[in-house]
Design a protein around this ligand. Structure first.
Ligand code: GAP
Length: 461
């Protein structure tokens, strides 16, 4: 399975989805940049998330909080005290590891680690006692680098949704139940990295704090767990590749009454993709206590004030990107073309969901040495470009260009050939079925729009 992962990583790097950050200087562990295709994919993902959970919901409000916040936030939230992992150090080479990862045998097969509790760097078997290491990155607000100016890069986006709870309530005239949603960069000084973009030190979280009446929390937990899971199914992930993991009491975060992870079957095993937590009234209570502001909700029906409970569905966008790349990656030995002799090569198809695929349409002149074809293809490209993310490609045979597009999940290809010059039609090819149709150029925009929205391609024959 690691072989498949290596191929997916190679494709992601080679075709512009993901690059190692600062690679010209040797790279930095746990930091990855998104290349042109990865950045578009993430934008599509974020847009779909906002559409699903803000635009299509009636009572969820989008906010955008700052990454740096008042240091007291992290005291109140409990992160200063509890956002830690157990750290151990190899007594021989002084490399550091997460103790729970070492005990679980995570490093077996890496470097010199042949068994549990063995250092992958030097093979040593003696470690220091675990000490708790706080994962928050420190920084200073202003030019004075002393304790009074110390703050942290946020490790989750949740906190600005709690500190703005009363403002959203008031400005939006919200009533329970309602939610606050946010996507944004988060930072964790993770001890153990690896598995490509699965666990990184900087990533984007998309999460909702959904405030409910106390006593209704358990019901809303189930509702959100189902909605959250459906979101991943609607991104094209197969049901059999998702499962739920109920956290036992002892592994719950300090704020949680119940947490269920949605796990994905990555090539390197079942791992957390997303989560839903019942944060109770912990955060609002703590921020009231630490700030001296009353963050209770006034219930007009009951004529009393109380702290709402919070259900929090959360996910990291890069982790979804990795899951979608794994889910979409297919190898077809000998290729899919039945009309010509099969090649010996393995063809790669990245069957990304249409709404998430970074490139929607490739515009291809049949050959590049006929100026009239190239001119027409460029006109079609210019016509479609403002409405769809398009790619113009004239290099190599048409079959090669189709395959190059399939490898990055280009949804449709529009080929401009000699017939185009006669009757103003182009050949549209569907990535998944390889079905081809001739379509009149003036109708192309409408037809592609509908096909991308999910109407059956065939209908437009
Ligand atoms: N506010 C709750 C919260 O932050 P979390 O489970 O710690 O919960 C949320 O993180 C999501 O962020 C996870 O479900 C996962 O998808 C993603 N995530 C967590 N740590 C990550 C890391 N180091 N690198 C990439 N994604 C990460």
């Amino acid at each position: 399975m690691q072989e498949v992962m290596a191929k997916i990583i190679s494709l992601a790097k080679r075709r512009g989805f993901v690059f190692q950050s600062s690679e010209i200087y040797g790279g930095v562990e746990g930091l990855w940049d998104l290349g042109p295709l990865g950045a578009l994919m993430k934008k599509n993902l974020r847009d779909f998330w906002i559409k699903r959970f803000v635009l299509e919901e009636e009572n969820i409000f989008l906010v955008e909080g700052t990454i740096l916040m008042h240091p007291k936030v992290w005291e109140a939230s409990g992160h200063l005290e509890h956002f830690t992992d157990p750290l151990i150090e190899c007594k021989n080479c002084h490399f550091r590891y997460r103790a729970d990862h070492m005990v679980a045998g995570r490093f077996i097969g890496q470097g010199k680690a042949e068994e549990k509790n063995q250092c992958p760097n030097c093979g040593g078997k003696e470690f220091t006692e675990p000490r708790m290491f706080n994962l928050m990155f420190k920084t200073f607000l202003g030019p004075v680098e002393d304790k009074a100016h110390l703050t942290y890069l946020r490790p989750e986006t949740a906190q600005s949704m709690f500190t703005n709870f009363e403002k959203v309530l008031r400005t939006m005239r919200a009533k329970l139940p309602f939610g606050i949603a946010q996507t944004g960069r988060s930072f964790r000084n993770e001890i153990t990295l690896g598995d490509f973009i699965f666990r990184t030190r900087e990533f984007e979280i998309a999460e909702i704090e959904f405030f409910v009446k106390p006593g209704e929390d358990e019901r809303y937990f189930e509702i959100w767990l189902n909605k959250w899971e459906k979101f991943f199914l609607d991104l094209g992930i197969k049901k059999e590749n998702l499962r739920r993991f109920e956290h036992p009491k002892e592994s719950l975060a300090h704020y949680s009454k119940r947490t269920v992870d949605i796990e994905y079957k990555f090539p390197f095993g079942w791992q957390e993709l997303a989560g839903v937590a019942n944060r109770t009234d912990y955060d609002l209570k703590r921020h009231s206590e630490f700030s001296g502001q009353d963050l209770r909700y006034f219930d007009e029906e009951k004529n009393k004030k109380y702290y709402p409970y919070v259900i929090e569905p959360t996910v990291g966008l890069e982790r979804i990107i990795l899951a979608l790349l794994c889910e979409a990656y297919q190898e077809i030995p000998g290729g899919r073309t039945k009309t010509t002799k099969p090649t010996k090569e393995i063809e790669v198809l990245l069957k990304l969901d249409k709404k998430i695929a970074p490139i929607k349409v490739a515009v291809l002149p049949l050959v590049k040495n006929k100026p009239e074809l190239v001119k027409k293809a460029k006109e079609v490209y210019q016509m479609l470009k403002p409405y769809f993310v398009c790619q113009y490609d004239e290099l190599g045979s048409i079959g090669r260009r189709y395959r190059r597009g399939d490898e990055i999940g280009v949804v449709f290809s529009a080929t401009i050939d000699f017939q185009t010059l006669k009757d103003d039609t182009v050949t549209i090819r569907d990535r998944d079925t390889m079905e081809q149709k001739r379509i009149r150029i003036p109708e192309l925009g409408d037809i592609l729009q509908k096909a991308l929205e999910g109407e059956k391609f065939l209908k437009f024959g």
